[in-house]
Design a protein around this ligand. Structure first.
Ligand code: SF4
Length: 376
């Protein structure tokens, strides 16, 4: 692990007003326990005091962090600063649902130091949103983006989903066109995946709809990449696009390059000194564990050098930066160019990877199949 890198802080806010039909992130709809959760979260921060050097990113994820009141968000940030150091210019991001945002809440977020907002738009097509079980309309999403700008956000990210059953390519391209018209600094475009125990997973198994299939999904991926690159965005990770690399997510970068990070809240993962641990998934277990004076950790694993090496390859090939041969060799005592010579040559001939300036890069076709590329 690279010890000189600053760690990132992730805070999981485990509440949603209702569950989206495709989502298997942990969140509860019992909002009556929000204040008990916040007290537990503050105690968890104290337990980690002095165990991490200064954070240069803070990320409110979930769940739906925008369900919290400005006062609750501010209390969290004050407690973060009481227990940890933050670098100057720390990137502080919040994930939000468009239905929760108005001028006053957005201005409060800016005043308390939140400088990056991710808005869960998902689609500008009013037919797609109910299928996904989103609790907002496209109109609300438009208003949320416009109001975020007015409130002073200079770093706005939009989350979008493609590959929805029945979605025409034109509907998706229209969503992209509308998104780009707002000149967001960042776009995350995720392909819809079905998780077994979600409402959509269950309906799919019951034969209620068909998924687009591999060929069409590949078309969605390629068209998305082409459209956004033509509009001036850098396709810097499988699902992520930035209007210039200065707008790439600093926080997510930590997950991709083995930087340390601390995750607080139910189900949150942490990584430090080759060790990964994760919290109990349910808030009903998280709160009592902390009340009993224990860290709410579910499990801890120490990664071997071989595991770290494979992860670095897997994650590196999901990003435009790719993998630097020399750094890889020094860090993992593994010479990719010699050990995987034939496979690398084959993938290069097939157009999935390229090699220049001492790095192994995924091509656009490679990014589309990045998970299989790492099996080289
Ligand atoms: S709002 Fe986000 S976390 Fe909550 S159910 Fe929907 S997708 Fe999942």
């Amino acid at each position: 692990m690279n010890l000189e890198k600053n760690p990132g802080l992730y805070i999981h806010i485990p509440f949603c007003l209702s569950k989206c039909h495709y989502c298997d992130f942990y969140s509860s709809t019992s909002l009556s326990i929000v204040s008990d959760f916040l007290n537990a979260l503050f105690k968890e921060m104290e337990m980690y005091r002095n165990r991490f050097k200064a954070f240069d990113t803070v990320y409110f994820g979930g769940g739906t962090p925008s369900l919290l009141s400005p006062k609750q968000l501010k209390d969290i940030l004050i407690t973060v600063q009481k227990n940890f150091d933050l670098t100057a210019n720390t990137e502080i991001t919040i994930e939000t649902n468009p239905a929760d945002l108005d001028q006053s809440s957005l201005e409060s977020m800016r005043r308390m130091g939140i400088n990056r907002i991710n808005i869960g738009v998902q689609s500008f097509d009013e037919k797609v949103l109910p299928f996904l079980g989103r609790r907002h309309s496209a109109k609300q999403a438009i208003s949320a983006i416009e109001t975020s700008r007015k409130a002073g956000f200079e770093n706005i990210g939009l989350d979008l989903i493609y590959g929805v059953p029945g979605q025409e390519m034109n509907s998706w391209l229209n969503t992209l066109r509308q998104a780009v018209a707002f000149s967001p600094e960042h776009l995350s475009c995720y392909q819809l995946t079905l998780e077994a125990e979600t409402p959509l997973g269950i309906r799919y198994r019951a034969g209620e709809f068909l998924m687009p299939g591999e060929e069409l999904e590949y078309q969605f991926f390629v068209k998305t990449s082409q459209f956004l690159e033509d509009a001036g965005y850098v396709h810097y990770e499988v699902s992520n696009f930035a209007r210039g690399m200065e707008h790439a997510s600093k926080h997510n970068q930590k997950y991709w390059d083995n930087s340390p990070y601390l995750g607080l809240g139910p189900s949150a993962h942490s990584f430090q000194n080759n060790c990964r641990w994760w919290n109990r998934r349910s808030v009903d277990q998280y709160i009592p564990a902390i009340a009993a004076g224990n860290l709410p950790v579910e499990e801890t694993e120490t990664l071997t050098r071989e595991q770290l090496r494979l992860e670095a390859l897997y994650l590196g090939l999901r990003t435009k930066k790719g993998v630097n041969f020399e750094e890889y060799k020094n860090r993992y005592q593994y010479d990719l160019l010699t050990e995987k010579k034939e496979m690398i040559e084959k993938l290069r001939e097939e157009g999935f990877i390229s090699i220049h300036d001492g790095r192994l890069y995924p091509t656009q076709a490679g990014l589309a199949v990045a998970d299989s590329l790492a099996l080289i």
